[in-house]
Design a protein around this ligand. Structure first.
Ligand code: FAD
Length: 604
């Protein structure tokens, strides 16, 4: 019998940690990525990674981290996985430290920690303003070691198109597109991991970089994998506009003492430095005296929206407020926030050390993603090595990282994502490994028919796309999708506008069929790949919008003015979308709240 094979799609933190765990168990991995793995989106993370190491003597603990995370997620997260993540967090930070992540240190040489949103503790370890980059490079080095030992084969510039199912509906491999040669090829795998990040591109310009289209997850959804909590899209309160993207101004700025304010006077046109202290409204500090500027993101974004759109107090009448660090010593700013402030200075042309920053909310993260399973023990912790962990509704197909829906409920706490990605890889790898050990016939020994068929189907689909010669420009269509989603399915969800958005997406799907693919070439043809992704993006946009229409309450990142309260009696449940020709079929599933009982969520 042949040795089992493993496929990891995605070389961000989640994909690399999964690969490491598989290799530690002696497994062989084929690792696919659109970009070189070191350029995966994880590289952009600035602020830090959470773990209750309690080095500052605040009596912090993994249990308090667990409570903060569940409350931060407005009680929509299945609790055992969150518990496992929070208890593993301190050892993950020490592990990364040993791997060489250059975390900031205190003058005594201890790891330094800062505050982040949704907690009163200094719980976020950070490496200047490049935490994600340092972590990604550290994991990349480990994977390179396994690559040199022959355990890992890397396929960079390679796009996952879909998975291969056998006659019993079990995932047995993938079909990938070589983005340079434009060749389509099937690969066999007994456990396939999607670690393909979030779907931010649905929203056009966001804080994300352009590769995060959600296309891989959508493709799996089209093949039958369930998609959960799609409507929970996180809007980060602090970003700056740009023609290409909206640049994040990390929560670490508020964690290091940055203060948000506006003038108390509507229509005040004075430059910020001329507005005296007594005339400034420090809105977070006034309304939420305990958490101040570090309320969770959903609450912060909603507050800014209310202040600017309903009360008309936004800077220059826009959806803009000040984020001020001018009171913090320059030496501290340069040491702890240098990179973030440089971004502002470079793109806005003003020095934030001297002038308060003008910031606005921007789409940032998706709490929703592929539905995954887990198995918890009587102690409430996930059972490591259980094949159910991180497995999607398709046997043999696993999801790890931002692409899965677990860990964050209705709203993610800042700095919990780097953690959840690493943790998901740590429990996903062993789960896939034991799943593969239980298979009677490894993928390598199966007849080639299912693989040949899947390859042929994708070749046909891409040839069809390459030959599309209608009148619609695919990039214009994508821009329109981003605009409509941004306008109607972000901070405030009005049912009428959601219905209009739904109809608009359906109409855009019709226009997709009249696309002109622009490039008919056979080498490095990006429009072909993009047109395929665009269809997937529209399918996901429908999942997000229909989930939002159906959820008649306000919870976490989902806020409906018509139903402004959380409604546990009717809506403490996970939204599950299953693909059908008529659009997403929506059902609901109970949330596991066995460890912490839901209570009112207050930060004042
Ligand atoms: C600007 C910014 C700052 C952030 N800062 C923080 C922070 O300080 N702390 C925190 O906890 N979180 C932060 N986050 C969130 C966090 O960075 C991400 O959620 C996390 O890094 C996602 O990691 P991942 O491994 O799941 O996916 P990614 O890092 O996005 O990697 C996805 C991988 O999948 C590959 N891929 C995608 N589609 C395909 C396909 N079809 N075929 C083949 N490969 C594919 C990509 O090439 C890539 O390798 C930040 C996010 C942003 C946008």
């Amino acid at each position: 019998m042949s040795e089992p094979r493993f496929i990891v799609v995605g070389g961000g933190l989640a994909g690399l940690m999964t690969t490491i765990k598989l290799c530690e168990a002696g497994r062989r991995v084929d690792l696919f990525s659109l970009t070189p793995v070191k350029r995966s989106h994880s590289v952009c993370a600035q602020g830090g990674i959470n773990g209750a190491v309690n080095i500052k003597g605040e009596n912090d603990s993994p249990e308090l981290h667990f409570v903060d995370s569940v409350k931060g997620g407005d009680f929509l997260a299945n609790q055992p996985l969150v518990k496992g993540m929070c208890y593993a967090a301190p050892s993950i930070i020490y592990l990364l430290d040993r791997m060489g992540v250059t975390f900031n240190r205190t003058p005594e040489g201890n790891l330094d920690f800062r505050r982040f949103g949704g907690t009163l503790f200094h719980r976020t370890a950070f490496a200047g303003a490049t935490t994600g980059q340092q972590m990604l490079y550290a994991l990349d080095e480990q994977v390179r070691r396994y690559e040199s030992e022959g355990l890992v084969r890397k396929f960079e510039y390679s796009e996952f198109l879909g998975f291969v199912k056998d006659g019993e509906g079990v995932c047995r491999g993938i079909v990938a597109l070589d983005l340079r040669a434009m060749t389509v090829q099937a690969f066999r795998g007994d456990a396939v991991f999607l670690a393909t990040g979030g779907p931010a591109m649905l929203y056009g310009r966001t804080t994300n970089s352009v590769v995060n289209s959600g296309s891989a997850a959508a493709s799996a959804y089209l093949q039958g994998a369930k998609y959960a909590n799609g409507e929970f899209i996180q809007v980060h309160p602090t970003a700056i506009p740009g023609e290409d993207k909206l640049r994040l101004i990390s929560e670490s700025v508020r964690g290091e003492g940055g203060r948000c304010w506006v003038s108390r006077t509507k229509g005040d046109t004075r430059p910020p430095r001329q507005i005296p202290e007594s005339e400034r409204l420090y809105f977070f500090e006034e309304k939420y005296p305990r958490y101040g500027n570090l309320v969770p993101r959903d609450i912060a974004s909603r507050e800014i929206y209310d202040l600017c759109e309903n009360k008309g107090l936004g800077v220059d009448g826009q959806l803009v407020v000040y984020l001020d660090v001018t009171h913090i010593p320059k030496e501290t700013l340069d040491r702890k926030l240098g990179g973030v402030l440089e971004i502002y200075e470079k793109f806005m042309g003003e020095d934030p050390r001297e002038v308060p920053m003008r910031i606005a909310p921007a789409v940032h993260y998706s709490m929703g993603g592929l539905w995954i399973d887990y198995e918890a023990g009587p102690d409430g912790f996930p059972k490591v090595g259980n094949p159910r962990n991180q497995q999607t509704s398709i046997p043999g197909l696993f999801a790890v990282g931002e692409v899965d829906y677990e860990y964050h409920g209705a709203n993610r706490l800042g700095a919990n994502s780097l953690l959840s990605c690493v943790y998901a890889g740590m429990i996903g790898g062993p789960a896939g490994s034991s799943y593969a050990s239980g298979l009677k016939t490894p993928a390598a020994d199966l007849p080639s028919s299912a693989f040949d068929q899947a390859e042929a189907l994708w070749r046909e689909r891409l040839t069809g796309i390459r030959n599309m010669s209608g009148t619609v420009n695919p990039y214009e269509l994508a821009r329109e999708l981003g605009e409509v989603m941004n306008a109607n399915v972000t901070i405030v969800r009005d049912n009428k506008k959601l219905q209009e958005t739904d109809a608009r997406i359906v109409e855009m799907m019709d226009r997709w069929k009249k696309i002109n693919t622009l490039d008919k070439g056979g080498w490095n043809n990006m429009p072909v790949a993009f047109v395929n992704q665009l269809w997937h993006m529209m399918e996901l946009a429908l999942v997000v919008t229909r989930g939002a229409i159906r959820r008649e309450e306000s919870r976490g990142a989902h806020y409906k003015p018509e139903k402004p309260q959380r409604d546990d009696a009717n809506w403490l449940k996970t939204t599950i979308a299953t693909w059908s020709k008529e659009g997403p079929q929506i059902t609901y599933e109970k949330v596991d709240t066995s460890l912490i009982q839901p209570v009112a969520r207050k930060y004042d």
